[in-house]
Ligand binder design. Structure first.
Ligand SMILES: CC(C)(COP(=O)(O)OP(=O)(O)OC[C@H]1O[C@@H](n2cnc3c(N)ncnc32)[C@H](O)[C@@H]1OP(=O)(O)O)[C@@H](O)C(=O)NCCC(=O)NCCS
Length: 179
């Protein structure tokens, strides 16, 4: 399983159904790690509307929203958001992999692939990410992709009914993987 193929591509409206199914299945399991969402987020119709919004932001150069594929099957999402140009040339990274597919290296490889997109396609210079202090799996993913922690933001994110501290991560992209 460890060398199972992982690819990414831009999200499409017809990904809505499978994404809604994954997110509905993991709604409780990922409550500690992912922001609370309205009920419609867990439906295909709600995801279709959301993906249309994401693609509009992509068209405006604000976001690069991708799905993660394992052997052609959608298993998660990886997104560059808050893309800043001018003197910053940076983007913020977020990702999830459905619990049915986790622990197989998909997030680690997908983050590697989107770093290549950020450097080569988007011409960005820097990537940033946040993780909860206790999200050790996500921290492994970032470390494996060359990110380093640079600070702690206290009571930074409200998840599962409480405020949580987060680690801030950074990586410059001058040495991003080439494929
Ligand atoms: C975090 C998440 C993206 C990881 O996806 P994944 O495909 O399982 O990740 P990978 O298999 O590429 O790597 C996971 C790493 O974490 C490690 N890991 C898993 N659970 C762990 C735990 N409880 N403690 C420490 N390490 C853990 C794995 O061993 C692996 O490290 P390794 O490659 O050095 O062995 C996935 O679990 C997820 O979507 N979680 C919910 C949403 C989320 O947390 N998103 C990130 C928000 S910052």
């Amino acid at each position: 399983m460890a060398d199972e193929e992982t690819t990414i591509r831009l999200i499409r409206v017809d990904d809505a159904e499978v994404i809604a199914a994954h997110r509905a299945r993991d709604r409780r399991a990922y409550a500690a790690w992912e922001p609370a969402q309205p009920d419609e987020f867990y439906t295909a119709a709600g995801q279709r509307r959301r993906i249309e919004t994401l693609l509009g932001e992509h068209d405006r150069g604000e976001r690069w929203p991708a799905v993660i594929l394992a052997g052609g099957e959608v298993v998660g999402q990886v997104t560059v958001s808050t893309i800043l140009r001018g003197p910053f040339r940076k983007g913020f990274l977020g990702y999830w992999v459905a619990s049915a597919f986790d622990g197989r290296g998909h997030a680690t490889r997908a983050v590697g692939r989107i770093l290549t997109v950020m450097a080569r396609e988007l011409g960005l210079h820097r990537a940033e990410a946040h993780t909860r202090m206790d999200n050790l799996a996500s921290q492994r993913v970032l470390r494996a992709n060359g990110f380093r922690p640079w600070g702690i933001a206290h009571a930074h994110i409200h998840l599962d009914g409480a405020w949580h501290d987060e680690v801030f991560w950074e990586r410059t992209l001058d040495d991003a993987p080439s494929s």
